[in-house]
Design a binder for this molecule. Structure first.
Ligand SMILES: Nc1ncnc2c1ncn2[C@@H]1O[C@H](COP(=O)(O)OP(=O)(O)OP(=O)(O)O)[C@@H](O)[C@H]1O
Ligand SMILES: O=C(O)C1=C[C@@H](O)[C@@H](O)[C@H](O)C1
Ligand SMILES: [Mg+2]
Length: 177
């Protein structure tokens, strides 16, 4: 049983993914964390030294590695849906959950985060608007389930995902043998 969480920065993929993995008693992998530990550099350092293309290459490798696990919850970076090869890989998961929130909430959550480089010269809100124009259809196209995390808390989001795993009959597989 593999669950992949996708969505824009600040939508809650890492926070909810950790709680979900604990609830299901399965491994948790965050592609951003995996990239940083394998590179021995922070994400801004990778962007600085290797450019966004270097980061995206590392991201595809991390996703492939994460999906090789028999089971687990995989939280991804906000831009993982950009590469067609990543979208093909993400479709192999049993459940793809798209986390969303209004632009103003996303901006509030990620403002001042020094671990994420700016991707444009725009203001934060403008950057989110612009990137979401390209990314939203990609998130939507992959999603089995879409959750707005601005109106519910982390535990409620986890409960919705757990319910969906039961409906998809993935729950028994998720239990420890
Ligand atoms: N309902 C909610 N669900 C998830 N996170 C929430 C919620 N309400 C507030 N938050 C807060 O929003 C932030 C979400 O950050 P998180 O790192 O989980 O996002 P992310 O999608 O993994 O972003 P990134 O793509 O930058 O890694 C956290 O600080 C979390 O505490
Ligand atoms: O939205 C993006 O393109 C990114 C999101 C982060 O999770 C990191 O993966 C990185 O900062 C790029
Ligand atoms: Mg994250």
């Amino acid at each position: 049983m593999k669950i992949v969480l996708i969505g824009y920065r600040g939508s809650g993929k890492t926070t909810i993914g950790k709680h979900l993995a604990t609830a299901l008693n399965v491994p948790f992998i965050d592609t951003d964390h995996l990239i940083v530990s394998q590179a021995g550099m922070s994400i801004p350092e990778i962007f600085h030294k290797e450019g966004e293309s270097g980061f995206r290459l590392r991201e595809s490798r991390a996703l492939k590695e994460a999906l090789m696990l028999g089971r687990g919850v995989i939280s991804t970076g906000g831009g993982i849906v950009l590469r067609p090869e990543n979208r093909i890989l993400i479709r192999t998961a049993d459940l793809v959950v798209y986390l969303t929130a209004p632009v103003s909430i996303l901006a509030e959550r990620i403002r001042g985060d020094k671990n994420r480089p700016a991707l444009t010269n725009l203001s934060l809100e403008e950057e989110i608007h612009t990137l979401l124009k390209e990314r939203s259809p990609l998130y939507e196209e992959l999603a089995d389930l879409k959750i707005d995390t601005s109106t519910i808390d982390v535990n409620q989001a986890v409960a919705i995902i757990l319910k969906k795993t039961q409906r998809k009959d993935l729950c028994n597989e998720a239990l420890p043998s």
